[in-house]
Design a protein around this ligand. Sequence first.
Ligand code: UN1
Length: 512
Amino acid sequence: MLSSVIGGARIPVGPRTYRSTDPSRTAEVVAEVSLAGAADLAGACRVAREAQDAWRDVPPPVRGQVVAAIGRLVEANKAALARVVTREVGKPYAEALGEVQEVADTCAFFLGEGRRLYGQTVPSEMPDKQLFTFRDPVGVVAVVTAGNFPVAVPSWYIVPALLCGNAVVWKPAEYAAACADAFYELFAHAGVPDGVLNVVYADGTETFRGLEQALDAGLVDKVGFTGSTEVGSRIGELCGRHLQTPCLELGGKNPMVVTEDADLPLAVEGALFSGFGTAGQRCTSLGTAIVHESLHAEFVRLLDEAARAAPVGDPSGDVLFGPLINERFADGFEKVLGWIGPGHTTHGSSGTGRITAANPRAGFAGDPEAGLFYHPVIVDGVGPGDELFRAETFGPVIGVTAYRALDEAIALANAPGYGLSASIYTTDPAKVFRFRRRISAGMVSVNNSTSGAEAHLPFGGNGRSGNGGRQSGMWVLDQFTRWQSMNWDHSGRLQKAQMDVLEIEPDLGFRL
Ligand code: UN1
Protein backbone atom coordinates (compact mmCIF):
# COMPACT_ATOMS: atom_id res chain seq x y z
CA MET A 1 0.00 0.00 0.00
CA LEU A 2 1.51 3.32 -1.08
CA SER A 3 1.02 6.34 1.11
CA SER A 4 2.00 9.98 0.78
CA VAL A 5 5.58 10.99 1.56
CA ILE A 6 5.84 14.14 3.67
CA GLY A 7 9.17 15.26 5.08
CA GLY A 8 10.80 12.03 3.90
CA ALA A 9 8.40 9.77 5.83
CA ARG A 10 5.35 7.81 4.71
CA ILE A 11 2.23 9.03 6.45
CA PRO A 12 0.01 6.40 8.09
CA VAL A 13 -2.37 4.54 5.80
CA GLY A 14 -5.84 6.05 6.06
CA PRO A 15 -9.33 4.67 5.50
CA ARG A 16 -9.71 5.85 1.90
CA THR A 17 -7.85 3.90 -0.74
CA TYR A 18 -7.60 3.76 -4.53
CA ARG A 19 -6.66 0.83 -6.75
CA SER A 20 -4.55 1.67 -9.75
CA THR A 21 -5.04 -1.07 -12.33
CA ASP A 22 -3.34 -2.08 -15.56
CA PRO A 23 -5.58 -0.73 -18.35
CA SER A 24 -4.53 -3.61 -20.63
CA ARG A 25 -5.64 -6.14 -17.99
CA THR A 26 -8.05 -4.30 -15.76
CA ALA A 27 -8.28 -7.24 -13.38
CA GLU A 28 -4.63 -6.67 -12.40
CA VAL A 29 -3.87 -4.18 -9.64
CA VAL A 30 -0.63 -2.24 -10.16
CA ALA A 31 -0.72 -0.24 -6.94
CA GLU A 32 -2.96 0.37 -3.98
CA VAL A 33 -2.79 3.89 -2.65
CA SER A 34 -3.92 5.41 0.57
CA LEU A 35 -5.56 8.74 -0.22
CA ALA A 36 -4.64 11.69 1.96
CA GLY A 37 -6.97 14.51 2.95
CA ALA A 38 -6.91 18.27 2.51
CA ALA A 39 -5.18 18.79 5.86
CA ASP A 40 -2.36 16.42 4.82
CA LEU A 41 -1.77 18.45 1.69
CA ALA A 42 -1.70 21.71 3.64
CA GLY A 43 0.56 20.01 6.22
CA ALA A 44 2.94 18.94 3.45
CA CYS A 45 3.14 22.58 2.33
CA ARG A 46 4.09 23.58 5.88
CA VAL A 47 6.85 20.95 5.93
CA ALA A 48 8.01 22.15 2.50
CA ARG A 49 8.08 25.74 3.76
CA GLU A 50 10.46 24.73 6.58
CA ALA A 51 12.68 22.61 4.33
CA GLN A 52 12.93 25.32 1.70
CA ASP A 53 14.79 27.59 4.08
CA ALA A 54 17.92 25.43 4.02
CA TRP A 55 17.53 24.30 0.38
CA ARG A 56 17.55 27.87 -0.93
CA ASP A 57 20.96 28.35 0.72
CA VAL A 58 22.49 25.34 -1.04
CA PRO A 59 24.59 26.93 -3.81
CA PRO A 60 22.84 26.54 -7.18
CA PRO A 61 25.78 24.59 -8.74
CA VAL A 62 25.41 22.06 -5.90
CA ARG A 63 21.66 21.86 -6.51
CA GLY A 64 22.66 21.28 -10.14
CA GLN A 65 24.73 18.28 -9.03
CA VAL A 66 21.62 16.81 -7.42
CA VAL A 67 19.76 17.31 -10.69
CA ALA A 68 22.66 15.61 -12.50
CA ALA A 69 22.35 12.64 -10.14
CA ILE A 70 18.60 12.46 -10.78
CA GLY A 71 19.33 12.35 -14.50
CA ARG A 72 21.91 9.59 -14.06
CA LEU A 73 19.57 7.52 -11.92
CA VAL A 74 16.72 7.99 -14.39
CA GLU A 75 18.95 6.80 -17.24
CA ALA A 76 20.20 3.83 -15.24
CA ASN A 77 16.59 2.87 -14.46
CA LYS A 78 15.17 3.79 -17.86
CA ALA A 79 13.79 0.38 -18.81
CA ALA A 80 12.37 -0.33 -15.35
CA LEU A 81 10.60 3.01 -15.13
CA ALA A 82 9.27 2.69 -18.69
CA ARG A 83 7.85 -0.73 -17.81
CA VAL A 84 5.95 0.81 -14.89
CA VAL A 85 4.59 3.53 -17.21
CA THR A 86 3.45 0.93 -19.75
CA ARG A 87 1.88 -1.24 -17.10
CA GLU A 88 0.06 1.49 -15.21
CA VAL A 89 -1.15 3.86 -17.95
CA GLY A 90 -0.95 1.57 -21.00
CA LYS A 91 1.53 3.64 -22.99
CA PRO A 92 3.31 1.59 -25.68
CA TYR A 93 6.76 0.62 -24.39
CA ALA A 94 8.65 2.54 -27.12
CA GLU A 95 6.72 5.70 -26.21
CA ALA A 96 7.24 5.03 -22.50
CA LEU A 97 11.00 4.87 -23.10
CA GLY A 98 10.70 8.22 -24.90
CA GLU A 99 8.81 9.65 -21.96
CA VAL A 100 11.51 8.54 -19.51
CA GLN A 101 14.12 10.00 -21.85
CA GLU A 102 12.26 13.32 -21.58
CA VAL A 103 12.91 13.30 -17.82
CA ALA A 104 16.62 12.67 -18.43
CA ASP A 105 16.71 15.42 -21.07
CA THR A 106 15.10 17.84 -18.64
CA CYS A 107 17.77 17.01 -16.06
CA ALA A 108 20.49 17.41 -18.70
CA PHE A 109 19.25 20.92 -19.45
CA PHE A 110 18.83 22.07 -15.86
CA LEU A 111 21.98 20.63 -14.31
CA GLY A 112 23.89 23.30 -16.25
CA GLU A 113 21.42 25.98 -15.25
CA GLY A 114 22.71 25.53 -11.70
CA ARG A 115 25.96 27.13 -12.89
CA ARG A 116 24.11 29.93 -14.71
CA LEU A 117 20.92 31.19 -13.05
CA TYR A 118 22.23 34.48 -14.32
CA GLY A 119 21.43 37.85 -12.85
CA GLN A 120 22.65 41.07 -14.42
CA THR A 121 24.83 44.00 -13.53
CA VAL A 122 23.13 47.11 -14.84
CA PRO A 123 24.62 50.61 -15.15
CA SER A 124 23.21 53.34 -12.97
CA GLU A 125 22.36 56.84 -14.22
CA MET A 126 24.62 58.16 -11.46
CA PRO A 127 28.33 57.73 -10.71
CA ASP A 128 29.51 55.49 -7.90
CA LYS A 129 26.31 53.56 -7.93
CA GLN A 130 25.71 50.04 -9.29
CA LEU A 131 22.51 48.20 -10.14
CA PHE A 132 22.01 44.41 -10.03
CA THR A 133 19.31 41.80 -10.62
CA PHE A 134 19.03 38.44 -8.89
CA ARG A 135 16.79 35.42 -9.51
CA ASP A 136 15.28 34.22 -6.25
CA PRO A 137 13.26 31.06 -5.70
CA VAL A 138 9.53 31.70 -5.24
CA GLY A 139 9.33 29.41 -2.17
CA VAL A 140 6.90 26.48 -2.05
CA VAL A 141 5.58 25.13 -5.33
CA ALA A 142 2.47 22.91 -5.39
CA VAL A 143 2.37 20.74 -8.50
CA VAL A 144 -0.74 18.88 -9.65
CA THR A 145 -0.33 16.64 -12.68
CA ALA A 146 -2.34 14.28 -14.89
CA GLY A 147 -1.35 10.69 -15.61
CA ASN A 148 -1.07 10.68 -19.40
CA PHE A 149 2.57 11.71 -19.02
CA PRO A 150 3.09 10.39 -15.50
CA VAL A 151 6.82 11.12 -15.28
CA ALA A 152 7.81 13.53 -18.09
CA VAL A 153 5.31 16.29 -17.33
CA PRO A 154 5.97 16.21 -13.55
CA SER A 155 9.70 16.52 -14.30
CA TRP A 156 9.03 19.69 -16.31
CA TYR A 157 7.82 21.31 -13.10
CA ILE A 158 9.76 19.56 -10.38
CA VAL A 159 13.29 19.56 -11.85
CA PRO A 160 13.50 23.32 -12.55
CA ALA A 161 11.56 24.17 -9.38
CA LEU A 162 14.11 22.27 -7.27
CA LEU A 163 17.07 23.60 -9.21
CA CYS A 164 15.87 27.16 -8.59
CA GLY A 165 15.83 26.53 -4.82
CA ASN A 166 12.14 25.86 -4.22
CA ALA A 167 10.55 23.08 -2.19
CA VAL A 168 7.80 21.09 -3.89
CA VAL A 169 4.56 19.40 -2.88
CA TRP A 170 3.49 17.13 -5.74
CA LYS A 171 0.00 15.71 -6.16
CA PRO A 172 0.29 13.11 -8.93
CA ALA A 173 -2.69 11.44 -10.58
CA GLU A 174 -3.82 8.66 -8.27
CA TYR A 175 -4.23 6.37 -11.29
CA ALA A 176 -0.48 6.78 -11.94
CA ALA A 177 0.61 6.22 -8.33
CA ALA A 178 3.15 3.48 -9.06
CA CYS A 179 4.86 5.77 -11.58
CA ALA A 180 4.84 8.61 -9.03
CA ASP A 181 6.29 6.41 -6.34
CA ALA A 182 9.13 5.22 -8.59
CA PHE A 183 9.78 8.82 -9.64
CA TYR A 184 9.95 9.97 -6.00
CA GLU A 185 12.38 7.19 -5.06
CA LEU A 186 14.75 8.19 -7.86
CA PHE A 187 14.72 11.82 -6.68
CA ALA A 188 15.19 10.86 -3.03
CA HIS A 189 18.13 8.56 -3.84
CA ALA A 190 19.73 11.31 -5.92
CA GLY A 191 20.00 13.37 -2.75
CA VAL A 192 16.95 15.65 -2.71
CA PRO A 193 16.66 16.32 1.04
CA ASP A 194 13.65 15.23 3.08
CA GLY A 195 10.82 17.75 2.90
CA VAL A 196 12.17 19.43 -0.23
CA LEU A 197 10.09 17.09 -2.40
CA ASN A 198 6.85 15.75 -0.90
CA VAL A 199 4.30 13.52 -2.61
CA VAL A 200 0.63 13.64 -1.63
CA TYR A 201 -1.85 11.16 -3.09
CA ALA A 202 -5.33 12.65 -2.93
CA ASP A 203 -8.50 12.91 -4.98
CA GLY A 204 -9.51 16.09 -6.80
CA THR A 205 -11.86 17.43 -4.14
CA GLU A 206 -9.41 17.01 -1.27
CA THR A 207 -6.59 18.43 -3.38
CA PHE A 208 -8.58 21.55 -4.16
CA ARG A 209 -9.55 22.03 -0.51
CA GLY A 210 -5.96 21.37 0.58
CA LEU A 211 -4.66 23.98 -1.86
CA GLU A 212 -7.26 26.43 -0.57
CA GLN A 213 -6.14 25.83 3.02
CA ALA A 214 -2.46 26.10 2.13
CA LEU A 215 -2.97 29.30 0.15
CA ASP A 216 -5.05 30.81 2.97
CA ALA A 217 -2.26 29.98 5.42
CA GLY A 218 0.35 31.54 3.12
CA LEU A 219 2.13 28.22 2.59
CA VAL A 220 2.14 28.08 -1.22
CA ASP A 221 3.81 30.57 -3.53
CA LYS A 222 3.22 28.97 -6.91
CA VAL A 223 0.83 26.38 -8.26
CA GLY A 224 1.64 24.33 -11.35
CA PHE A 225 -1.24 22.42 -12.89
CA THR A 226 -1.51 20.17 -15.94
CA GLY A 227 -5.02 18.94 -16.67
CA SER A 228 -8.41 19.98 -17.97
CA THR A 229 -9.40 23.52 -18.93
CA GLU A 230 -12.33 23.32 -16.51
CA VAL A 231 -10.23 22.46 -13.44
CA GLY A 232 -7.48 24.83 -14.60
CA SER A 233 -9.83 27.78 -14.59
CA ARG A 234 -10.98 26.92 -11.04
CA ILE A 235 -7.34 26.77 -9.94
CA GLY A 236 -6.71 30.06 -11.71
CA GLU A 237 -9.59 31.66 -9.80
CA LEU A 238 -8.34 30.31 -6.48
CA CYS A 239 -4.79 31.51 -7.10
CA GLY A 240 -6.03 34.87 -8.37
CA ARG A 241 -7.73 35.48 -5.04
CA HIS A 242 -4.28 35.14 -3.47
CA LEU A 243 -2.68 37.38 -6.11
CA GLN A 244 -0.82 34.45 -7.59
CA THR A 245 -0.35 33.46 -11.20
CA PRO A 246 -0.35 29.68 -11.54
CA CYS A 247 1.44 27.87 -14.34
CA LEU A 248 -1.46 26.23 -16.19
CA GLU A 249 -0.98 23.66 -18.94
CA LEU A 250 -4.48 22.73 -20.08
CA GLY A 251 -6.27 21.05 -22.93
CA GLY A 252 -5.85 21.34 -26.66
CA LYS A 253 -7.80 20.94 -29.86
CA ASN A 254 -4.77 20.84 -32.04
CA PRO A 255 -5.27 21.46 -35.75
CA MET A 256 -3.21 20.21 -38.66
CA VAL A 257 -3.54 22.16 -41.90
CA VAL A 258 -2.57 20.32 -45.07
CA THR A 259 -2.14 22.71 -48.00
CA GLU A 260 -2.56 21.92 -51.71
CA ASP A 261 1.23 21.71 -52.21
CA ALA A 262 1.92 19.46 -49.18
CA ASP A 263 3.83 16.18 -49.17
CA LEU A 264 0.68 14.10 -48.68
CA PRO A 265 2.20 10.79 -47.44
CA LEU A 266 4.25 12.76 -44.88
CA ALA A 267 1.10 14.54 -43.67
CA VAL A 268 -0.76 11.24 -43.39
CA GLU A 269 2.08 9.74 -41.35
CA GLY A 270 2.05 12.79 -39.07
CA ALA A 271 -1.73 12.60 -38.64
CA LEU A 272 -1.59 8.89 -37.82
CA PHE A 273 1.04 9.38 -35.10
CA SER A 274 -0.36 12.53 -33.53
CA GLY A 275 -3.99 11.42 -33.74
CA PHE A 276 -3.60 7.87 -32.49
CA GLY A 277 -0.22 7.76 -30.69
CA THR A 278 -0.75 7.48 -26.90
CA ALA A 279 -4.33 6.53 -27.97
CA GLY A 280 -4.94 10.24 -28.62
CA GLN A 281 -4.43 11.03 -24.94
CA ARG A 282 -1.76 13.69 -25.24
CA CYS A 283 -2.64 17.31 -24.71
CA THR A 284 -0.81 17.77 -28.02
CA SER A 285 -2.78 15.06 -29.86
CA LEU A 286 -4.20 15.96 -33.25
CA GLY A 287 -7.80 17.20 -33.07
CA THR A 288 -8.87 18.14 -36.60
CA ALA A 289 -7.07 17.73 -39.91
CA ILE A 290 -8.01 20.72 -42.09
CA VAL A 291 -7.18 19.63 -45.61
CA HIS A 292 -7.24 21.57 -48.87
CA GLU A 293 -10.23 20.46 -50.92
CA SER A 294 -7.99 19.29 -53.78
CA LEU A 295 -6.34 16.69 -51.50
CA HIS A 296 -9.15 15.98 -49.09
CA ALA A 297 -10.50 12.74 -50.57
CA GLU A 298 -7.03 11.31 -51.10
CA PHE A 299 -5.96 12.30 -47.57
CA VAL A 300 -8.95 10.47 -46.06
CA ARG A 301 -8.30 7.42 -48.24
CA LEU A 302 -4.62 7.20 -47.28
CA LEU A 303 -5.27 7.88 -43.58
CA ASP A 304 -8.00 5.23 -43.53
CA GLU A 305 -5.60 2.75 -45.13
CA ALA A 306 -2.83 3.59 -42.65
CA ALA A 307 -5.14 3.41 -39.61
CA ARG A 308 -6.55 0.03 -40.71
CA ALA A 309 -3.03 -1.35 -41.12
CA ALA A 310 -1.72 0.05 -37.83
CA PRO A 311 -1.05 -2.44 -35.03
CA VAL A 312 -3.23 -1.82 -31.97
CA GLY A 313 -3.18 -3.80 -28.73
CA ASP A 314 -0.90 -4.90 -25.91
CA PRO A 315 1.35 -1.89 -25.18
CA SER A 316 4.31 -4.04 -24.18
CA GLY A 317 4.58 -4.96 -27.87
CA ASP A 318 5.24 -2.89 -30.98
CA VAL A 319 1.87 -1.17 -31.38
CA LEU A 320 0.71 2.26 -32.53
CA PHE A 321 -1.43 2.52 -29.44
CA GLY A 322 -2.68 0.54 -26.48
CA PRO A 323 -5.61 0.99 -24.13
CA LEU A 324 -7.18 4.14 -22.76
CA ILE A 325 -5.67 5.04 -19.40
CA ASN A 326 -8.55 3.97 -17.17
CA GLU A 327 -12.35 3.73 -16.91
CA ARG A 328 -12.74 7.48 -16.54
CA PHE A 329 -10.90 8.12 -19.81
CA ALA A 330 -12.86 5.31 -21.48
CA ASP A 331 -16.20 6.77 -20.30
CA GLY A 332 -15.14 10.21 -21.55
CA PHE A 333 -14.27 8.72 -24.92
CA GLU A 334 -17.60 6.86 -25.14
CA LYS A 335 -19.28 10.26 -24.75
CA VAL A 336 -17.14 11.66 -27.56
CA LEU A 337 -18.12 8.76 -29.83
CA GLY A 338 -21.75 9.77 -29.20
CA TRP A 339 -21.03 13.07 -30.96
CA ILE A 340 -20.57 11.30 -34.29
CA GLY A 341 -23.68 12.31 -36.23
CA PRO A 342 -25.49 11.67 -39.52
CA GLY A 343 -23.48 14.32 -41.41
CA HIS A 344 -20.24 12.44 -40.71
CA THR A 345 -18.58 9.45 -42.32
CA THR A 346 -16.28 7.23 -40.27
CA HIS A 347 -13.14 5.40 -41.36
CA GLY A 348 -10.04 3.76 -39.91
CA SER A 349 -11.06 0.38 -38.53
CA SER A 350 -13.34 -2.61 -38.80
CA GLY A 351 -15.68 -1.07 -36.23
CA THR A 352 -16.06 1.86 -33.87
CA GLY A 353 -16.11 1.94 -30.09
CA ARG A 354 -14.70 -0.65 -27.71
CA ILE A 355 -12.80 -3.54 -29.30
CA THR A 356 -14.38 -6.80 -28.17
CA ALA A 357 -14.89 -10.32 -29.53
CA ALA A 358 -18.18 -9.14 -31.00
CA ASN A 359 -16.67 -5.89 -32.32
CA PRO A 360 -13.21 -7.11 -33.36
CA ARG A 361 -10.32 -5.31 -34.92
CA ALA A 362 -8.30 -7.13 -37.55
CA GLY A 363 -4.75 -7.86 -36.38
CA PHE A 364 -5.37 -6.87 -32.76
CA ALA A 365 -2.39 -7.85 -30.56
CA GLY A 366 -3.51 -9.56 -27.35
CA ASP A 367 -6.87 -10.04 -25.66
CA PRO A 368 -9.05 -6.97 -26.27
CA GLU A 369 -11.64 -7.96 -23.69
CA ALA A 370 -9.07 -7.86 -20.89
CA GLY A 371 -8.52 -4.12 -21.26
CA LEU A 372 -9.88 -0.75 -22.34
CA PHE A 373 -9.12 -0.93 -26.05
CA TYR A 374 -10.88 1.20 -28.67
CA HIS A 375 -10.99 1.25 -32.44
CA PRO A 376 -9.23 4.20 -34.02
CA VAL A 377 -11.77 6.40 -35.78
CA ILE A 378 -11.44 9.06 -38.46
CA VAL A 379 -14.54 11.24 -38.68
CA ASP A 380 -14.82 13.05 -41.98
CA GLY A 381 -17.11 16.03 -42.45
CA VAL A 382 -16.77 17.75 -39.07
CA GLY A 383 -17.39 21.50 -38.87
CA PRO A 384 -17.65 24.39 -36.42
CA GLY A 385 -21.24 23.42 -35.56
CA ASP A 386 -20.10 20.04 -34.18
CA GLU A 387 -19.09 19.29 -30.63
CA LEU A 388 -16.55 16.92 -32.17
CA PHE A 389 -14.92 19.87 -33.93
CA ARG A 390 -14.94 22.17 -30.89
CA ALA A 391 -14.10 20.01 -27.87
CA GLU A 392 -10.99 18.17 -26.77
CA THR A 393 -11.53 14.42 -27.27
CA PHE A 394 -8.69 12.62 -25.44
CA GLY A 395 -9.04 9.36 -27.32
CA PRO A 396 -8.16 7.76 -30.67
CA VAL A 397 -10.28 9.97 -32.96
CA ILE A 398 -9.30 12.39 -35.72
CA GLY A 399 -11.77 14.84 -37.26
CA VAL A 400 -11.31 15.86 -40.89
CA THR A 401 -12.64 18.87 -42.75
CA ALA A 402 -11.89 20.54 -46.09
CA TYR A 403 -11.04 24.16 -46.94
CA ARG A 404 -10.44 26.36 -49.99
CA ALA A 405 -8.29 29.37 -48.98
CA LEU A 406 -5.53 29.43 -46.37
CA ASP A 407 -7.22 32.16 -44.32
CA GLU A 408 -10.30 29.96 -44.08
CA ALA A 409 -8.12 27.07 -42.85
CA ILE A 410 -6.53 29.33 -40.21
CA ALA A 411 -9.96 30.54 -39.05
CA LEU A 412 -11.09 26.91 -38.73
CA ALA A 413 -7.90 26.04 -36.86
CA ASN A 414 -8.46 28.85 -34.35
CA ALA A 415 -12.23 28.38 -34.03
CA PRO A 416 -12.33 26.00 -31.01
CA GLY A 417 -10.59 28.64 -28.88
CA TYR A 418 -7.70 26.49 -27.67
CA GLY A 419 -4.15 27.36 -28.62
CA LEU A 420 -1.67 24.70 -27.60
CA SER A 421 -0.10 23.10 -30.65
CA ALA A 422 -0.79 23.51 -34.36
CA SER A 423 0.79 22.05 -37.43
CA ILE A 424 1.00 22.91 -41.11
CA TYR A 425 2.11 20.61 -43.90
CA THR A 426 3.17 22.68 -46.89
CA THR A 427 6.06 23.26 -49.28
CA ASP A 428 5.37 27.00 -49.55
CA PRO A 429 7.34 29.20 -47.12
CA ALA A 430 4.89 32.09 -47.57
CA LYS A 431 2.10 29.88 -46.21
CA VAL A 432 4.30 28.82 -43.27
CA PHE A 433 4.85 32.37 -42.13
CA ARG A 434 1.28 33.50 -42.71
CA PHE A 435 0.08 30.50 -40.68
CA ARG A 436 2.60 31.15 -37.90
CA ARG A 437 1.53 34.78 -37.58
CA ARG A 438 -2.19 34.10 -37.53
CA ILE A 439 -2.49 30.86 -35.57
CA SER A 440 -3.38 31.14 -31.89
CA ALA A 441 -1.12 28.24 -30.82
CA GLY A 442 1.84 28.56 -28.48
CA MET A 443 3.64 25.82 -30.44
CA VAL A 444 3.73 25.52 -34.23
CA SER A 445 5.03 22.55 -36.23
CA VAL A 446 5.96 22.75 -39.89
CA ASN A 447 5.89 19.45 -41.76
CA ASN A 448 5.76 17.70 -38.41
CA SER A 449 2.93 16.43 -36.28
CA THR A 450 1.20 18.34 -33.48
CA SER A 451 2.73 16.17 -30.76
CA GLY A 452 6.31 15.46 -29.78
CA ALA A 453 7.64 18.79 -28.54
CA GLU A 454 11.30 18.71 -27.53
CA ALA A 455 12.07 19.19 -23.85
CA HIS A 456 14.01 22.45 -24.11
CA LEU A 457 11.65 24.68 -26.12
CA PRO A 458 8.89 26.68 -24.44
CA PHE A 459 5.88 24.42 -23.93
CA GLY A 460 2.45 25.92 -23.35
CA GLY A 461 -0.57 27.47 -24.89
CA ASN A 462 -3.00 30.33 -25.16
CA GLY A 463 -6.76 30.74 -24.91
CA ARG A 464 -8.41 27.68 -23.39
CA SER A 465 -5.03 25.88 -23.34
CA GLY A 466 -3.52 27.94 -20.54
CA ASN A 467 -2.80 31.35 -19.09
CA GLY A 468 0.26 32.08 -21.19
CA GLY A 469 2.76 30.39 -18.87
CA ARG A 470 5.53 28.46 -20.56
CA GLN A 471 7.36 25.40 -19.30
CA SER A 472 10.74 23.95 -20.26
CA GLY A 473 14.07 25.40 -21.23
CA MET A 474 15.16 28.78 -19.90
CA TRP A 475 11.61 30.10 -20.21
CA VAL A 476 10.34 28.13 -17.22
CA LEU A 477 12.78 29.95 -14.94
CA ASP A 478 10.30 32.82 -14.89
CA GLN A 479 7.76 30.46 -13.28
CA PHE A 480 9.99 29.34 -10.44
CA THR A 481 12.03 32.44 -9.69
CA ARG A 482 11.27 36.07 -9.02
CA TRP A 483 13.49 38.90 -10.02
CA GLN A 484 14.92 40.98 -7.21
CA SER A 485 16.68 44.21 -8.10
CA MET A 486 19.32 45.82 -5.93
CA ASN A 487 20.95 49.23 -6.16
CA TRP A 488 24.12 50.04 -4.28
CA ASP A 489 25.26 53.62 -3.89
CA HIS A 490 28.91 53.82 -2.83
CA SER A 491 29.30 57.59 -3.40
CA GLY A 492 28.86 58.33 0.29
CA ARG A 493 26.09 60.87 -0.39
CA LEU A 494 22.40 60.76 -1.23
CA GLN A 495 22.11 60.85 -5.03
CA LYS A 496 18.48 61.31 -6.01
CA ALA A 497 17.36 59.28 -9.02
CA GLN A 498 16.04 61.32 -11.96
CA MET A 499 17.07 64.58 -10.20
CA ASP A 500 20.80 64.50 -9.46
CA VAL A 501 21.69 63.25 -12.93
CA LEU A 502 24.48 64.82 -14.96
CA GLU A 503 23.04 66.58 -18.00
CA ILE A 504 24.99 66.97 -21.24
CA GLU A 505 23.54 69.75 -23.35
CA PRO A 506 23.15 68.86 -27.04
CA ASP A 507 23.00 71.49 -29.81
CA LEU A 508 19.68 70.33 -31.24
CA GLY A 509 19.47 73.31 -33.57
CA PHE A 510 22.43 72.02 -35.57
CA ARG A 511 21.76 71.18 -39.26
CA LEU A 512 24.16 70.04 -41.99
C1 UN1 B 1 1.02 16.36 -22.46
O1 UN1 B 1 0.27 15.67 -23.14
O2 UN1 B 1 0.60 16.86 -21.37
O3 UN1 B 1 4.82 17.23 -26.97
C2 UN1 B 1 2.44 16.65 -22.79
C3 UN1 B 1 4.43 16.11 -26.62
C4 UN1 B 1 5.03 15.51 -25.38
C5 UN1 B 1 4.42 16.09 -24.16
C6 UN1 B 1 2.92 16.11 -24.10
N1 UN1 B 1 6.47 15.72 -25.40
O4 UN1 B 1 3.57 15.50 -27.23
